[in-house]
Write a protein that binds this ligand. Sequence first.
Ligand code: MOS
Length: 692
Amino acid sequence: MTGATRATPPGPERIEGRAKVTGTARYAFEHPVADPLYLHPLRATIARGRVTSVDTAAAERVDGVRLVLTPHNAEALVPIGDPELAVLQSDEIAFRGQLIGAVVAETQEAAAHAADLVGIRYERMAHDSDFRDDADVVYTPDADASPMLSPDLELGDVDAALAEAAFTVDATYTTPTEHHNPLEPHAVIAAWDDDGLTLHDSNQGSHLVRDLVAPLFGVDKERVSVISPHVGGAFGSKGMPHGHVALTALAARHTAGRPVKYALSRTQMFELVGYRPPTRQRVRLGADREGRLVATEHDSLEQTSRFKQYAEQSASASREMYTSPNRRVTNRLAALDVPAPTWMRAPGEAGGMYALESAMDELAVRAGIDPVELRLRNEPEVAPVSGLPFSSRNLPACLREGAERFGWHERDPRPGVRREGDWLVGTGVAASSFPSLFFPGSLATVRHESGGNYRVEIGAVDIGTGSRTALTQLAAEALEVPVEAVELRLGSTEQPHASLAGGSAGTASWGSTVVEAVRAFRTEHGHDPVAGAETTAGAGKNPDAGEYAMHSYGAQFAEVRVNADTGEVRVPRMLGVFAAGRIVNPRTAHSQFRGGMTMGISMALHEHSVVDERFGHVVNHDLAGYHIAGNADVGSVEVDWIDEHDPHVNPVGVKGIGEIGIVGTAAAIGNAAHHATGVRVRDLPLTPEKFL
Ligand code: MOS
């Protein structure tokens, strides 16, 4: 690895950094509990059908086994409308790998061994796990399928505009199933006592887990505690609790108060906690002689599960990106007998912008216009669909600054004409965008301990992004004290309610909450508070919400080398320049952007969960078979950002940075690969055979 050319920017180091690298930070599974038992799941080995019988006798005879739980002896849960959480509530099987029981034993080994001895009989039914254009069940997603779902859009007359356009592109792009692979797999410890349920759980929102698990077991929310002080990475799969949380809590009902521990294996991560669904996206663009878009059409077909609807809505990326008087955007779901997909870093935008930004490159080539210039010519003055002004939009600055720093202007636009030894060399660009979200409803408690030292509590989860550090900084700044004078407590339902660590909305939502709580504290206690003075408050509704279109933007530049003989693709150099509002901590922000771009390299070159539709499962279900970018895949990844002051977006001016780094990366790499070779690959990942 050649490393970034820019030194690590300043900003406080991660508060918990030392604890993490020395192994003293406790992750969910490591929390010390007295007298634990271990759970090993039973999982369906067919893709659709019914469990007809379960023979548990041999398993129950294994030394140390305390419980064998099946659909036939599990207690009833309260239906709360989430099929993933309704574990063991029927004998129906909706996907291969589905949880159909559990063995709980004194050791992990005994539980695993006994699970092998459980005899399960099935009634098989025909299944369909093959994602294809003409899937049997295709439908328009319901509005409740995704919190960010946008309905179909039809503005003007796309077909007529395309017929008259000077330049057109009509191309179909496909993206594969991808699985989240945080370093720490999902893990939970569940224990019931007279007070209720305690979960030590690796998640992105302890309050959300509590709010779903409590009604599932018919208990008051106050009787469920969810604790998650450290999380070893999360990319969306930990956003909602999945079946394993319900299963472990269900099992712990039978263990007389003994805690039950369950950590998913890497293989189980490929079946039980969601994934980014595959997509087929058709993009049609039409432009006039000057390269101004006259028509934009983006239609996406995406996989969902028959068992539970999830809408990726990749096509929605084309709603507000560029100006275009005629526009059509549709998202359709193909429902299959597969596990439920879920959010994965920049859901929608990651795949959707791959398609749109690849199509923009194709249009640039066709029109003979530089691809940076083409994007600049299609900048909208206001948000194209809503007509709202942008709270701030600095995509042109990102493109110009990036082009300058990358050395874009020396570029010869002709594809396939640069060769260095065995390698064809090219460069590519893509734009990126992600909505700036704010989740209301969080609260923070500010307490003056003594001598100018404060304690701030908010139940937000730091999934490894640096939230603990950024929130401490924002609290210290508002309190006008050094960061060392603020002790931040977070991660659990013991602290005031906090929204989900998702949608890149953490620092915006919780930071605003902390700042408003400090203001309320000052109003109540003045500038010289007594020891023990305390206030709990949250951020009110943003008066500018609904008045402005709020997004972050970026420009991604890539240099790519493709081996002329083998088709191997290398990415020696990337530059991302972003405009994302206030950057609270340059050090941790740099790491978020660079991490997103690295995941984008991974998406471009490697990530692909291969489904064997005959059996309905992912065959490369471990990190030996499922490739993610390693150090050797990553060359120089340079990151910078535009200083952007956005007074509308929220009280702290933060737009969110967790996801935008992955948006546009794969398109920039694909566009550079085309520039290198003249071969346009429209199917991720960019594996060698596609260039030969
Ligand atoms: Mo993210 S995909 O909002 O955790």
